[in-house]
Design a protein around this ligand. Structure first.
Ligand SMILES: C[S@@+](CC[C@H](N)C(=O)[O-])C[C@H]1O[C@@H](n2cnc3c(N)ncnc32)[C@H](O)[C@@H]1O
Length: 281
């Protein structure tokens, strides 16, 4: 019997695999923080982190968008992807479960004199394809990872898109850093669901997707030690006083001080997985 092991689950090739169920199981094992409250809480800090993140440029270099295109950006966050897309496309519909993220994007759009962005403060699960309407390009950058029942959302996205769909998911081994921290604290570590589950699910839906790995400096640069600590708390959960000093001590010995005063962590760059396809109507 041909047995395959993914990060999260075992399955047999001889049996028909329910990819959506596999993804659901894996997502349901994660800490429950993909909700509007958590994203609202972290929105301002997230916007700060993004200033030092080269992921947006990496992703934007892959997105094919023309001046007459309409774009749907699912999980727009504070707009690091939305703003450059709105500067290229005719219009962008920006959707997010977090009102604080939407407000940050609204300010960001005003600062860039952009008036072609429509804001929707909802989750993709809470809207029907017909309500949103067709869009040439659909982008879901780092925003679908926490959706357990992902198949209906992928079907919806595919229906909405007229030209291209771009989704980024957690990459392989992108929790090495967090695993080290969890080990120091004697906490159990976990892995993110494997992107190949979504790839296979799409394949089953008749979608032949392309897969690319995006390298970025996500999580590598911090302005100061407290920022590093905040980011770690977001990744591994709250820390008590004792744990906080243990992690701080570890960071003080492992972070490198850069000439501009920022701190960086010398580890491999994190990888995001870009799954994209051209829509065949
Ligand atoms: C990691 S941030 C990514 C923001 C931006 N797309 C980027 O790549 O920088 C994830 C964003 O997706 C939003 N989000 C999470 N689940 C969502 C859902 N089901 N529907 C819409 N937005 C969602 C969160 O509120 C958050 O703003």
């Amino acid at each position: 019997m041909n047995k395959i092991t993914t990060n999260n689950t075992n399955y047999n090739r001889d049996h028909k695999t329910d990819w959506n169920e596999l993804w659901k199981e894996a997502v349901n094992k994660l800490p429950k923080k993909n909700n509007s409250k958590s994203w609202d809480k972290i929105a301002t800090q997230f916007a700060q982190w993004m200033k030092k993140d080269d992921y947006p440029q990496e992703l934007l270099s892959k997105i094919q968008v023309e001046s007459g295109d309409t774009v749907l950006d699912i999980g727009c966050g504070n707009g690091v992807i939305t703003i450059p897309l709105a500067q290229k496309a005719i219009s962008v519909t920006a959707m997010d479960i977090s009102i604080n993220m939407i407000e940050l994007l609204r300010d960001n759009a005003a600062n860039h004199n952009l008036s072609n962005i429509k804001f929707i403060n909802k989750g993709i699960e809470d809207v029907k394809a017909g309500e949103i309407g067709y869009h040439d390009v659909v982008v879901a950058s780092r925003s679908l990872n926490g959706i357990a029942d992902i198949k209906p959302e992928l079907e919806k996205i595919n229906k909405i898109a007229q030209k291209y769909v771009y989704i980024t998911l957690w990459g392989v081994d992108n929790r090495k850093f967090e695993s080290k921290m969890a080990e120091l604290l004697g906490r159990k570590s976990y892995q993110h669901p494997d992107y190949t589950i979504v790839y296979n699910l799409l394949h089953e839906m008749g979608i032949q997707a392309n897969v690319e790995f995006l390298k970025s400096n996500t999580r590598n640069y911090y302005s100061n030690i407290d920022e590093a600590l905040d980011r770690i708390k977001w990744r591994i959960g709250d820390l008590n006083e004792e744990e906080e000093s243990l992690i701080k001590e570890h960071l003080q010995t492992t972070l490198t001080k850069n000439p501009d005063g920022s701190l960086s962590y010398s580890r491999n760059n994190s990888k995001w997985v870009l799954i994209w396809w051209e829509k065949s109507n």
